[in-house]
Write a protein that binds this ligand. Structure first.
Ligand SMILES: [Zn+2]
Length: 137
């Protein structure tokens, strides 16, 4: 497996915008056992991508978006704006193939930063983690 930035989960979720990132979790791409959050070790999508299909990202898989992926990610909480960061993945993920991993990481970091103070915007509430401003990503 290549060295993947910790912000980039195999499924396409941008871990860099997760409220747990660099707090209880180092991101889904990190293999470090020195993190409190343990849910990712049991994630079926992560396991499939890394250990079964042996890809860096689900989008590299010919089955994307497979049934497992849709059930666990895309089809969850339909119409709930808090989960837009999941529903939008097919649209944003494809950019990684077009612009490359490095540019994609920059693109995501820019998207998820607060226009007022530059703080990180977290998903679920789409609020700046620094100044609390509501941000449309
Ligand atoms: Zn802010």
């Amino acid at each position: 497996m290549k060295q993947i930035p910790n912000e980039l989960a195999p499924c396409g979720v941008f871990c860099g915008a997760c409220p747990s990132f660099n707090k209880t979790c180092l991101g889904c791409a990190s293999e470090s056992k020195e993190q409190k959050r343990t849910s990712k070790w049991g994630c079926k999508i992560r396991d499939c991508c890394y250990n079964i299909e042996e890809k860096d990202f689900c989008i590299d898989c010919s089955k994307f978006p497979c049934k497992k992926y849709r059930k666990k990610l895309l089809d969850t909480h339909p119409e709930d704006p808090k989960f837009r960061y999941r529903h939008e993945i097919p649209e944003t993920f494809i950019k990684m193939k077009q612009i490359g991993i490095v540019n994609y990481l920059e693109y995501q970091k820019r998207r998820w930063s607060c226009p007022s103070c530059g703080g990180i915007v977290n998903f679920y509430h789409y609020k700046c983690s620094k100044c609390g401003k509501k941000v449309t990503v």
